[in-house]
Every structure is written in C-alpha cells, then in structure tokens.
Design a protein around this ligand. Sequence first.
Ligand code: ADP
Ligand code: 5GP
Length: 192
Amino acid sequence: MATEPKQPGRLIVISGPSGSGKSTLTRIGLERTGLHLSLSATTRQPGPNETDGKDYHFISRQKFEEMIAADEFLEYAQVFDNYYGTPVGPLNKKLAEGQNVILEIDIQGGLQVFKRFPDAQGILILSPDMKELQNRLEKRARDDAETIKKRLAKAEWEIQTAQQSGHYKHILINDNLKKAAEELVDILEGRS
Ligand code: ADP
Ligand code: 5GP
C-alpha cells in the first residue's frame, strides 16, 4: 500500500541578543513540545557546561571553511569572531519527515533563512532592558569582560535589524521566566 507523502515540517527561527535567554527558553520549549532543535556547528570554544554533539558541533575553523565550500550550510554567520552555521543535510531530513524544527540562530542567520523560507516563523526574544541583559551575561559567567562588552554593543543593532525586517512577528520579553516560557509554548503550539 502506498504511503501518503508527508506534509513537510515547518521552520521556527528563534533569535535575540546574547544573554536575552534564548537557550534557556528554547530548552524549556523543547521539553514541553515535540519540536526538534537543529544542532548548529561553531568554531567557538565550548563553555564549562557545554558538550560537543549536545550544545553544538564544536569544530575547527578549517573544517567549518571546508563545509562552507561544500555548500553544507543552510546559513552561516560570523558572530563575535567565530563562525556559527546550520548544517543543511540533517535539517532537510527532519523537515521531509514532517518534523517541525527550531533554529536558535543570530539575526544575520535568521535573515538568510527567511530569504529561502519566507514562511518560516520568527520569534525574537528580548530581555527587559540593557542593564538586565548585562546582569545576565555576567551571571552566566561564560565570557570575559571584553566579550561581554562586544555582546552588549551588538545587541541594539540586532534588535533594530530584527524589528525592521518584519519577519519576527512574535516579540517575547523575557522578564519573568515562567511567564515567558508559557508564552513561548503558546507560540510554538500555534495558540498565539
Ligand atoms: P542566550 O541563549 O540568549 O545567550 P541564556 O539562555 O544563556 O541566553 O541566558 C543568559 C543568562 O540569563 C543565564 O544565566 C540564564 O540562566 C539567565 N536567564 C534567562 N532567563 C532569565 C530570566 N527570565 N530572568 C533571569 N535570568 C534569566
Ligand atoms: P553563543 O556563543 O552565545 O552560543 O551564540 C552566539 C550567537 O550565535 C547567538 O546569537 C546564537 O543564537 C547564534 N547562533 C548559534 N547557532 C547559530 C547558527 O547556526 N547560525 C547562526 N547564524 N547563528 C547561530
């Protein structure tokens, strides 16, 4: 008996300044929904609580550049002196299986994705204000002071660019984590 062709999955792009709480919220969103997270590749060093193959594929610059040359990324961007990218093979496979997939990627990457997938759903995560953003980056204790300065300097540009693009239809202020997580789950499950 012939099987029905599967409806392809949909793509959800979650972006926001570093420290706004994307990873925290995405993790909760994944636990509460059946969505799949695309695992990115990066040339940055793993942080103390990060594992290769779970948080990222941590790869060398040379390997990353070989993958660019072989057209193996849906999108990639240079963020804070390192490359980050979405491997296209595993993503296409999940979408073809009918799985809805979350990409947790920066704004530059998000804009590349919206060019190829105009129907992708964009969610922008923001912290209540810049002071709180700084507090969270410091509390996370992953980056040195210089890196935190760079991350803060880039945040305003990112917020403006995302809003002007018109693709991030959902803007989620991550003030109270519990409330923000509920809002995110509502968006992911199509209730808002
Ligand atoms: P991002 O992935 O956007 O860089 P993280 O998810 O790593 O951000 O969050 C940055 C820091 O802020 C982490 O230490 C996290 O525990 C904390 N955090 C996330 N959401 C909140 C919140 N609503 N209130 C307070 N701290 C938060
Ligand atoms: P971090 O170093 O904090 O893990 O990530 C830095 C930034 O890179 C974040 O904005 C994160 O969303 C983004 N990022 C993570 N993976 C990808 C990816 O595959 N592509 C792009 N363009 N950005 C990514």
